[in-house]
Design a binder for this molecule. Structure first.
Ligand code: ADP
Ligand code: ZN
Length: 712
């Protein structure tokens, strides 16, 4: 069979997904062909499948090295829930637990084995692995190997061991954060050979972005949480004290919220994390200490009660939302007070200059009037071709104009100043200022001196900031903060790339931006309450198995179920996230609950096609007989038979022998052979001398049809 089909079939069979996300397929092919690679993709983009799928389709065991031992158990549970043999070994295991895993490992049964770096490097493990077929190594959180990354770990520095010991086994290194320097360092430190680097966009279009001013913040936050009715979210605060106060207030106001910060003892913190992951406590009010190593895909809102201290941190924090691909609302509150406090911290820190510069960028983001996503992606060196449409600026656009000439003037002046001046000097040159230092340096002689006289100083400031946000210029932090022209800037200057800018306005209050609450349709209400019911069912199953709810099904999967309302196994398998194993394990329970819900909520045939059959189905499951059902539903028993036939044809009931014998089916088969019609029941009825119930005839026809024993 060709590899294309094998990969797609396995994706559906084991993970329940119908299509690969960007880069996944390419990466998987690369691993399967035996090559080394480095994968840099944001959190939630689906890195795990890039090694889990190769592991499943290859012979042998795939080794996954991860420093986050708290996550291993849940990851292994998720794999098991998909019917994939997996195990983990780290310091958290009891001796006998470790022994069980090792036995499984030796039997060659395990498709994936998760290990902490220490375990991998231990002599005994090395010895074990040497005797087995290893299909590949995944190094998760690979940035930890580099001192250039933001989370260097000593125990990672010895992982070049892998390539030395298993030179022919493919290694896939994965991380969500690595700049260029770190990327090359990872490849070098691990000793990867001809490694391909897969770099995906950092854009997360499902996160909506909004900045609001810091007035009556608590009220605003509360009203956000109100809108999410028990769904999960994080509120980040600057100080431990604020965390505790806000969580307490929310609790008083009837919300189920807890606080989390580094000042709490270890057990308390673990408990809060667990409660959050298992959907026991939906809202966590936390300092930035919260979130690292939390694998929860259904976070629906991330609020910053205070402005974060830099864009990296901010993006990482909001990035924890919406990992299931569904929308996540992010709101950042911004006040001048926050800026002052953060400035104080920066002044005291070891890297005052850099911290202050980063804080300024954060503040500029908060005050900007161009697409916020553009600013963020520009910051990470990406160029967004179109405004995003999912941030407060895009949704509430300020007036724009063609600013190509203005930008060209500024860039050309900057070029002539050899990209060696700061913003103030550039503006002075553009405006043809008469200040002495310009003449001393000879700046008055350059060609563009005074070319921007038509605009005043503040206007230029405004436009240069927009140029920064659009990524036409950047600040060289390493060279006294002079301005540099970027690749995109050169496109404007030399290739006439068009630019649209916002006209400066009196700064109005853009804060009261809320989605207008549209009135919900009946269909939406039904879908929402069905979704809530499915969440409860999921939680019940998860609790009984002692696993987090997302291990059973993701929110995205439950939403699709609520929308599609599958009644049959075939329909259920079409839902994204339902693979073979989960269909077998949970399919029927979910189908039955969906049907019961629809019947109990009293929907009509116009709302849900086939609801009448479903009503009968429900009563059958309650063990009512055909006459009882007919009586209860005030319908004819022939109708009940026709429902049975419909349900049987859809494979919703496994057999009908309770209601019709093989002998009777044969009689009908013989009659059909004579009458030739399978549509009209009357000729068959007469052919059988009026001795067989119309309902049974109908049922017999279904049996024959299902067994393909019917004449056309
Ligand atoms: P990462 O490791 O990059 O943070 P994960 O591997 O945890 O991301 O995946 C994030 C979410 O996306 C998970 O819920 C996962 O099941 C889902 N996912 C991954 N690949 C696909 C796909 N091809 N189609 C649909 N959902 C996917
Ligand atoms: Zn936008």
């Amino acid at each position: 069979m060709d590899q294309d089909k094998v990969l797609h079939d396995s994706l559906k069979k084991y993970f329940g997904f119908d299509a690969f996300r960007p880069l996944q397929e390419e990466i998987i092919r690369s691993v399967l062909s035996g090559g080394d690679c480095l994968v840099v993709m944001p959190t939630g983009s689906g890195k795990s499948i890039c090694y889990q799928l190769p592991a499943v389709v290859s012979k042998g065991t795939f080794i996954v090295v991860s420093p986050l031992i708290a996550l291993m158990k849940d990851q292994v549970e998720s794999l098991k829930a998909n019917g994939i043999a997996a195990g983990f070994v780290n310091s958290s295991l009891e001796y006998h637990e470790e022994k069980t895993v090792m036995t499984d490992l030796q039997s060659g049964r395990l498709k994936l084995l998760y290990l902490s770096p220490e375990k991998l490097l231990s002599r005994s493990m090395h010895h074990q692995l040497k005797s087995l077929k290893i299909s590949g190594f995944a190094i998760d959180e690979a940035h930890c190997i580099s001192v250039w990354g933001h989370d260097f770990r000593e125990e990672y520095s010895k992982l070049d061991f892998v390539k030395k010991q298993w030179p022919a086994v493919p290694v896939i290194a994965l991380t969500a954060t690595a700049d260029k320097v770190t990327r090359h360092d990872i490849v070098k430190q691990l000793g990867l050979k001809n490694a391909r680097i897969f770099l995906s966009s950092f854009n997360r279009p499902n996160l909506s972005l909004r900045v609001a001013t810091g007035q009556r913040v608590y009220q605003q936050v509360k009203s956000i949480i109100d809108r999410y009715k028990g769904q999960s979210g994080i509120v980040y605060c600057l100080s431990r004290k604020t965390c505790e106060e806000v969580a307490a207030k929310l609790t008083l106001d009837g919300h189920n919220a807890a606080h989390y910060h580094a000042g709490m003892d270890r057990n308390e913190r673990t408990k809060v994390q667990e409660d959050f992951i298992r959907d026991n406590v939906p809202v966590i009010v936390a300092t930035i200490a919260f979130g690292m190593g939390i694998d929860k895909s259904n976070i629906r809102f991330v609020v910053h009660y205070n402005m974060p201290k830099n864009i990296e941190g901010y993006y990482q924090e909001i990035g924890r939302g919406g990992r299931d691909g569904l929308s996540c609302e992010t709101v950042m509150f911004y006040s001048y007070r926050d800026v002052m406090v953060l400035r104080g911290f920066a002044e005291e820190s070891g890297q005052k200059e850099i911290q202050l510069a980063k804080l300024r960028r954060m503040q500029q983001y908060a005050e900007a009037s161009v697409c916020r996503r553009r600013i963020l992606l520009t910051y990470f060196g990406e160029d967004l071709k179109e405004d995003c449409g999912n941030c407060d600026v895009c949704k509430n656009p300020p007036s724009v104009f063609d600013a190509t000439i203005t930008v060209q003037k500024a860039l050309s002046a900057l070029k002539r100043l050899k990209e060696n001046v700061g913003m103030g000097t550039l503006i002075d040159v553009l405006r043809g200022s008469q200040k002495g230092y310009l003449f001393e340096k000879g700046y008055h002689e350059i060609k563009t001196f005074g070319a921007g006289r038509d605009l005043n100083y503040t206007e230029w400031q405004h436009y240069l900031l927009q140029m920064l946000h659009h990524g036409f210029i950047e600040i060289a932090y390493d060279r006294h903060h002079v301005l540099r022209i970027t690749e995109a800037g050169n496109e404007v200057l030399f290739k006439n790339r068009k630019v649209r800018f916002v006209r400066p306005t009196e700064k109005g209050d853009k804060t009261l931006y809320l989605k207008p609450e549209r009135k919900k349709t009946k269909k939406q209400i039904l879908e929402e309450s069905l979704f809530e019911m499915l969440c409860e069912l999921r939680k019940m199953i998860a609790d009984s198995k002692g696993v987090p709810p997302y291990v059973i099904f993701s929110d995205a999967t439950l939403h699709e179920m609520a929308e599609e309302r599958p009644f049959t196994a075939d329909d259920m398998l079409l839902i994204s996230g339902v693979g073979d194993h989960k269909l077998k394990e949970y399919g029927q329970v979910f189908i039955d609950h969906i049907i019961d819900f629809l019947v109990d909520s009293g929907v009509t045939g116009a709302q849900v096609k086939g609801i009448s059959y479903l009503k009968t189905y429900k009563l059958l499951r309650e063990r009512l007989t055909i006459p009882e059902i007919a009586k209860r539903r005030k319908i004819h028993d022939v109708t009940v038979y026709s429902h049975l036939a419909w349900l049987y044809e859809k494979n919703m009931i496994p057999s009908v022998e309770k209601w019709i014998s093989n002998e009777e089916i044969t009689k009908v088969q013989n009659a059909v052979a004579v009458t030739g019609s399978t549509q009209e029941l009357k000729p068959i009825f007469e052919r059988l001398d009026g001795k067989m119930h119309y309902g049974k005839i109908r049922l017999a026809l279904s049996c024959l049809k299902n067994k393909n024993q019917l004449l056309p």
